[in-house]
Design a protein around this ligand. Structure first.
Ligand code: FAD
Ligand code: NDP
Length: 322
């Protein structure tokens, strides 16, 4: 028997899609993943402490917020399996989704598998993760522990520039560590940091070790040209070295951009294959927030509902304009 909708992934995008499709009586089935991409079911917010920018909650722990979303999905009628999807076959309708030794057929797939922030795996990183080290300045930068401190950002892309600029609202000083003698960020973003008096550039430099007591206080860093090591004060350390979208299981069947994110039609969640929708961080490398992920999960559900009610689906051609 074919399912109406299978949702793959269980962050804010997946749960918003589940709540909307369940309330539309589409009887969705969600595969929430089992440590998929190294992240627990519930997604990236399960790896953080307080979330202070999700409307409706002045402050709530990330895991608690995701537990609430899961409960709401179940209450609306979503069936949830704690399993990771291994592969999909999108070459014909109904699509198939393979999980272990079982294969499910479905008219619609909503991909909400998120992205994983890259980490350096430097000594001390695990010890001070969320105790001074974060992978999201926009999420954590405003927390009291980072106020009026010397903060460090690692990375030379647009994210590093954006996060460093954002942190200038709270920090006394910011150092950006760049592993080469140039940044890959766009000219405009570079100018923004190069002309900001609170920001200091530290070129050709990599992290050797994160150090502190209960909280991060210092970094051991190394100049890769001179091999000279030194110590840098750090009341906070923000990684901005890129994200990896969780799209491996698609194995090339859906149009992705050059960095592996699912391509969606601007302003929509349509992919290049009719009946396959993508929402949240797996298709968004600009905003990457819980509320934007949930918003696009809602869009995917509404678009899925419209798709099911509009068409006979067996002879669908590829979506154009993605
Ligand atoms: P994700 O949250 O990434 O969830 C995707 C889920 O899909 C994961 O559970 C994953 O395991 C699962 N999955 C992956 N592959 C498969 C598969 N093959 N089969 C089944 N399941 C699969 N945003 C804010 O708005 N406010 C904050 O305060 C905030 N703090 C953050 C703190 C940290 C440390 C991090 C890393 C991010 C933070 N963010 C914050 C960003 C926010 O978490 C993300 O934007 C949001 O979670 C993206 O939601 P998503 O639903 O797209 O995917
Ligand atoms: P990028 O991949 O563009 O940049 C990652 C940066 O991290 C690079 O400078 C890279 O160095 C560095 N880096 C990677 N690995 C390491 C490591 N192990 N040690 C030290 N440094 C490392 O990622 P971004 O997240 O910055 O951007 C992703 C995409 O999102 C881009 O297309 C960007 O344009 C876009 N974006 C746009 C924004 C905007 O327009 N406002 C805002 C944010 C992102 P190296 O250069 O040496 O490889």
């Amino acid at each position: 028997m074919s399912e109406n909708v299978i949702i793959i992934g269980s962050g804010p995008a997946g749960h918003a899609a589940a709540i909307y499709t369940a309330r539309a009586k589409l009887n969705p089935l969600m595969f929430e993943g089992f440590m998929a991409g190294g992240v627990a079911a519930g997604g990236q917010l399960t790896t953080t402490t307080d979330v202070e920018n999700y409307p409706g909650f002045e402050a709530i722990s990330g895991p608690e917020l995701m537990e609430k979303m899961r409960k709401q999905s179940l209450r609306c009628g979503t069936r949830i399996e704690t399993l990771t999807v291994d592969s999909v076959n999108l070459s014909q309708q109904p699509f198939s989704v393979t999980v272990g030794d079982k294969t499910y057929e479905t008219k619609i797939i909503i991909i909400a598998t998120g992205a994983t922030a890259k980490r350096l795996q430097a000594p001390g990183e695990d010890l001070f993760w969320q105790k001074g080290i974060s992978a999201c300045a926009v999420c954590d930068g405003a927390l009291p522990l980072f106020r009026d401190k010397h903060l460090v950002v690692i990375g030379g892309g647009d994210t590093a520039c954006e996060e460093a600029t954002f942190l200038t609202h709270f920090a006394s000083k910011i150092s950006i560590l760049v592993r080469r003698d140039k940044m890959r960020a766009s000219k405009t973003m570079q100018e923004r940091v190069l002309t900001n008096k609170k920001i200091e550039m530290v070129w050709d430099t990599v992290l050797v070790e994160a150090m502190g007591n209960k909280m991060l206080t210092h970094l051991k860093i190394k100049n890769v040209k001179t091999n000279k090591e030194s110590t840098l004060e750090a009341g906070g350390l923000f990684y901005a070295i890129g994200h990896t979208p969780n799209t491996e299981f698609l194995s090339g069947q859906l149009e992705l951009d050059e960095t592996g994110y699912v391509k969606t039609r601007p302003g929509a969640t349509l992919t290049n294959i009719p009946g396959v929708f993508a929402c949240g961080d797996v298709q968004d490398k600009t905003y990457r927030q819980a509320v934007t992920a949930a918003g696009s999960g809602c869009m995917a559900a509404l678009e899925a509902e419209r798709y099911l009610s509009e068409k006979p689906h067996s002879n669908d051609k590829s979506n154009s304009g993605i």
